[in-house]
Ligand binder design. Sequence first.
Ligand SMILES: Nc1nc2c(ncn2[C@@H]2O[C@H](COP(=O)(O)OP(=O)(O)OP(=O)(O)O)[C@@H](O)[C@H]2O)c(=O)[nH]1
Ligand SMILES: [Mg+2]
Length: 403
Amino acid sequence: MAVSMNWFDKLTRTFSSSELDEQFLEPAFLYHDKHLPTLWLLGKTGAGKSTLVQSITGNSDAEIGLGFKPCTQTSEKFGFPTQKPVLQFLDTRGLGEAGYDASEDIKFCGRHGHALIIVMKVGDTQQQEVLHAIRQIKSSQKFKNFLLVHTAAHRVSDLHERNRLVNYNLQQVQDAIGCELPAVTVDFKMPDGGMFGMEELVHELSEMLPVVSVLLKTQQSNDEEVKKFNELQAQVIRYSGVAGVSDLVPGIGLVAVPGIQWKMLREVAESYNTKWDKETFAELIGALGAGIGVRYTLKFGTRQAVKFLPAWGQTVGAASAAVMSFCTTYAIGRVACKYLHHKNHQEEVTDDELRALFHSAFDSVRTVTHQEMGVSAEASGTTMQQDSADLETDSAGENRGGE
Ligand SMILES: Nc1nc2c(ncn2[C@@H]2O[C@H](COP(=O)(O)OP(=O)(O)OP(=O)(O)O)[C@@H](O)[C@H]2O)c(=O)[nH]1
Ligand SMILES: [Mg+2]
């Protein structure tokens, strides 16, 4: 591959500048964290909202307690993963006492435009306050996704009676919403210490918010490489999310995407106890560039823009660019992990393998982006396989710019 002498040094210097961080990356991360996809939990005191968050995220009572941050007067939010979140739960407080007003929470969640999870304990049929809030939320017309979760199923061991109680509450909620809605029956704390109904719950949540499926239904595998990636997946998704919104942040645009990708690649490399150098980086991008049409053009020197743009940056419209940024960042992260793992183990990995993984990783998160960025499947178009056909191919490290 033809690579000019100092392109890698220029790249690292440019991407490590604090100016770049302040001007582009920090605002993109801030915007992302302010607009996290949100699951709103609504239910009476003691219904099991916090236990649901705990069971889904695998965090302990203590961690959950520390993670909740006041949000509106009547709710707290909890980011997941706690340190570098990619989604958040909004936990409503004060329901059950008379006079809960949902408007502030509607305003908060409406901006994030996601899903409402109604939590009711099996057998607790006194739900007037919750039903009142549901009517208020429904009439705001800001929500399309609703899910009813019946908790503590084992409290009613007689199946016939349990079904009767569950259907009674389902009917009450459907009357309040004015349409049918999906419902699951779970128990987070069975007498034997296990849980009941979790698979169905995760499935329903994933239908509403696909990032849940990527995060929680991680591929079970004995393959060391896959296991290691599972540990890093939330990190990669977070960078992808930031890349995906960067075009929406005023004054930033797509120029931030390469910087975000670079930051991710550096962080990922640290997790493999290594650093990128000219050879390894060229090898990775070279493997992708040849078949995928991800063209990286390095243009340095201008203060305001780091033009390290994949070719699609110029070839697709804004809505598609957001999706492409998300999916490409995720796919690059996935491939980089595989590359680094095999490098560490001094094992051969072919360009074809890396390219195939790029395609499958890209397609695996494509559905995530449609909902989370408010982009319809029609608008964002095609699969990676189809997209790549339209794109120019070029080698990595081409240096057309100058100081
Ligand atoms: N057995 C069983 N207990 C549950 C289940 N869900 C919640 N609980 C218990 O019910 C109690 C209340 O649960 P929380 O998750 O704190 O309820 P919450 O909705 O967060 O309540 P507030 O924070 O007061 O609004 C706790 O003691 C939980 O252990 C369940 O599915 N099965
Ligand atoms: Mg709680």
